[in-house]
Design a protein around this ligand. Structure first.
Ligand code: 7PM
Length: 274
């Protein structure tokens, strides 16, 4: 059993720090500074107790520009390689493109995080071949349109069915069941009511007996709950949401505010004796 697998199967909460490599997230937009900036951010998150660093080069923001395979590889691979040179932290690649998944794992990434749930042609086969853990996230619709009018007959049951079908497709493609992580995809084709239903009933997704990952950090549902708080005013709400998700069975937390989340989850883990 490898080191990452042992960590995933431990009862500890795991914090995944978000590192964005899109040029617009760094002031000069230049290549060197983007890599340097992403590396500095990743190393700081490790200091703050992150267990995993999630590296993404494709914005899923509604209306964001499409990134080509080549451009995405040029953005993320130097960042993964530079993290690998300085640290043995686990690295996750946030992408929906099979070519990027392959290049990233070959550069040292340990986990594939796909907001599209490995639905792109070839993604299932590539992940079976790479034999790394994969996070299957639920999204209704596609980023550009998904928030216009999300509809479910029962958001929890509908997503359970989605997971059941995706797990089957993964296993049929040769992905080990023990390599699958599930994520209900907060904010991806969901109203505030849907997101709250999911948070309240998160334990319903434990029926698959697979690890649950949640991304609640700085999301607009928190802004709405707070009565219109901007992105930089959502940290305390995000920490509260992570703690609530922990009590409902989540074990991996994808966050921007690593130190605050790590400290809060230490209280949960101490209470649970883990
Ligand atoms: C705009 C909209 C910008 C949405 C950024 C986002 C998740 C993820 C993201 C998640 C997993 C964000 C999202 N969210 N991967 N990637 N789970 N597994 O707020 O919830 O970071 S992007």
């Amino acid at each position: 059993m490898n080191r990452f697998f042992s960590l995933l199967s431990s009862d500890k909460s795991l914090v995944m720090g978000i590192v964005n490599t899109t040029p617009d997230s760094f002031s000069d937009g230049g290549k060197f500074n983007s890599v340097e900036g992403a590396l500095t951010q990743a190393l700081a998150m490790c200091q703050q107790g992150a267990d995993i660093i999630d590296v993404g080069g494709e914005s899923t923001r509604p209306g964001a520009e499409v990134v080509s395979i080549d451009d995405e590889i040029k953005r993320v691979i130097p960042v993964i390689e530079s993290i690998r040179q300085k640290s043995d932290v686990f690295v996750s690649i946030d992408t929906s493109k099979p070519e990027v998944m392959k290049a990233a794992v070959n550069a040292g990434a340990n986990l594939v995080n796909d907001v599209n749930g490995l639905r792109a042609p070839g993604a299932l086969d590539v992940c079976a071949e790479l034999d790394v853990p994969v996070c299957i996230m639920h999204m209704q619709g596609e980023p550009r349109m998904m928030q216009l009018n999300p509809v479910y007959s029962d958001v929890v049951k509908d997503i359970q069915l989605f997971f059941e079908l995706r797990i089957q497709s993964c296993v049929d493609a040769g992905i080990k069941r023990s390599n699958i992580i599930l994520d209900p995809g907060f904010g991806f084709g969901k109203t505030l009511e849907h997101n709250l239903q999911l948070l309240k009933n998160l334990d319903e997704f434990k029926l698959f007996d697979l690890p649950l990952l949640v991304g609640l950090s700085r999301k607009s549902m928190l802004g709405t709950i707070l009565g219109g708080a901007s992105v930089d005013q959502r940290m305390y709400a995000g920490v509260a949401a992570a703690v609530l998700a922990r009590t409902k069975g989540a074990s991996i937390f994808r966050v921007h505010d690593v130190k605050a989340t790590v400290d809060a989850l230490k209280v949960c883990d101490a209470m649970n004796g883990v």
